[in-house]
Design a binder for this molecule. Structure first.
Ligand code: URP
Ligand code: ZN
Ligand code: ZN
Length: 489
């Protein structure tokens, strides 16, 4: 009888901390030993010349979600998770998005009904809070946090989603009470609204004007304001999908002052530019996302932020809409930039893009790659060390990479349901070739082995990252003021 279910031999293992040669032994879906000459196994994988990395955790993706322009994403929980796993990702945390007036609990149940029968890898849900009513803040949120939905996203823009500063404080206060992480979409709504109206009035309706209407100033201002709100409430936040140097500088400044401000950037801010929105005809629609891609200077700033630790996580913000009348062109063949569903696909290429152009080109090292794409995500969202590392006791969620494999990106090689990729033509070196989820081989030799619905729901713990600093502003300090009443402690 063999000791293990599966043994990965001869590979180079990398975690967020170390890189070392070791065999990885797996039993009952978990890593049970790392070392040499470990014994026999029912099944073996020879990983000589390969890298053995923790499977990626996708902490920001929109799956089977209706956009603010009322368009359904092209990917459901089957195609979305299949696409993710082919790209080396083994856990996804998409959103359960509340519509105004809806119960959050019912929203979560609706998303479970979609995901349960389809997901091929493990998944959790962040909540999107668009209606922070008394019932939601006082009853539903605390119960949902206890049930493992320990993070939520709030928007400072979009007509149907945005919260005002007062509502943001209500959400931050609820997060502080129960230890949840708050993700913030930081863009100044009225700046976008004013610029959009003036552009449209002047007849500028093409996709390229989307980038102009979402200014760097508006992103920087909103990031600054979100940080001020977080500071007042002494509640950590994560600023998601940062695109501009201006917003990044606000975040860095706050971090340098010791505040717990976390930040995320995405492939579109490293590889795409506002120029792409000017492509022929309506083709620029394929690149419309919010915030928009910027320019070479901002791209360089994003790389700097990934290398120096300003960014905690690297996510795709996969928001997949087909370039046809079911998606980007749902409002007609020539929609104004305001009518185009926001978002770009990227769940499958997130890791290959960062590996090739980040690790391969010497901009970040392999351990930072693992941290940004898996370990930090697990820590931020309360699934570490079950997920996000290769260690004894962790789930055997593992991607085996061929660091020398070169392929040029084309949509035909991907597994999403989007019909295009904004990254067409980029030559990437280093791809995942075999992927394991809880010890099951789910991708091998370019073939999917996982059954629909074989992914499991992950109830997440509250994370250390979301605990307050207990560094209260004077106005909130119980010793000097009414702070205890104000922050509810
Ligand atoms: O353009 C984007 N990012 N669309 C998805 C929704 C969001 O704001 O993350
Ligand atoms: Zn957003
Ligand atoms: Zn998003």
């Amino acid at each position: 009888m063999s000791n293990f279910d599966l043994l990965i031999r001869n590979g180079i293992v990398a975690t967020a901390a170390d890189t070392f040669q070791a065999d990885v032994a797996i039993r009952d879906g978990r890593v049970v030993a790392l070392g040499h000459d470990l014994g026999s196994a029912d099944q073996g994988i020879d990983a000589a010349g390969k890298l053995v990395l923790p499977g990626g955790i996708e902490g920001h993706c929109h799956i089977e979600q209706i956009s603010s322009s009322r368009v359904m994403t092209a990917d459901d929980f089957y195609s979305g998770t299949v696409s993710a796993v082919f790209g080396g990702t083994t856990t996804v945390i998409p959103f359960a998005a509340q519509q105004k007036g809806d119960s959050l609990r019912q929203t979560v149940e609706d998303y479970h009904a979609c995901a349960g029968a389809k997901a091929v890898i493990d998944y959790g849900f962040h909540l999107i809070i668009s209606d922070p009513s008394e019932q939601v803040i006082g009853q539903e949120l605390p119960a949902l946090i206890k049930d493992g939905y320990t993070s939520f996203k709030v928007y400072m823009t979009y007509d149907d989603l945005r919260l005002d500063d007062y509502q943001m404080l209500e959400v931050l206060s609820a997060a502080r009470r129960d230890g949840a992480m708050v993700m913030v979409h930081a863009e100044n709504h009225d700046m976008i609204r004013w610029l959009s109206e003036k552009l449209l009035d002047a007849g500028h309706w093409l996709p390229q004007y989307h980038a102009i209407s979402h200014s760097r100033a508006g992103e920087g201002e909103a990031a600054h304001r979100a940080i001020a709100l977080s500071r007042l409430m002494d509640q950590p936040i994560l600023v998601v999908h940062v695109s501009s140097e201006e917003a990044m500088d606000e975040i860095r400044l706050a971090q340098d002052k010791g505040l717990k401000i976390f930040a995320e950037t995405c492939p579109q801010y490293l590889f795409l530019k506002a120029e792409d929105l000017k492509r022929e005809g309506m083709d620029g629609a394929m690149f419309c996302c919010s915030p928009p891609p910027r320019d070479a200077n901002d791209q360089e700033a994003m790389w700097r932020g990934l290398a120096n630790g300003t960014f905690t996580v690297f996510s795709s913000d996969h928001a997949p809409y087909r370039y046809d009348d079911s998606g980007k062109l749902a409002a007609g063949p020539q929609p104004t930039f305001k009518q185009i569903a926001n978002g770009v696909p990227g769940i499958e290429l997130r890791l290959p893009l960062l590996f090739s152009e980040g690790v391969g080109k010497g901009r970040i090292d392999l351990n930072r790659f693992v941290a940004l794409t898996a370990t930090n995500v697990a820590k931020l969202y309360g699934v570490y060390p079950q997920k996000g590392t290769i260690a004894v006791g962790s789930d055997a969620d593992i991607a085996i990479w061929d660091p020398d494999l070169e392929q040029t990106v084309e949509h035909a090689m991907l597994h999403d349901n989007v019909g295009y990729t904004p990254y067409t033509g980029i030559k990437l070196k280093g791809w995942p070739t075999t992927v394991l989820s809880r010890g099951r081989i789910v991708v091998i030799d370019n073939e999917l082995r996982a059954e629909r619905g074989s992914g499991q729901f992950l109830a997440r713990a509250v994370s250390e990252a979301s605990t307050p600093l207990n560094r209260l502003e004077p106005e909130m300090d119980p010793a000097r003021n009414f702070g205890a009443e104000l922050i509810g402690r």
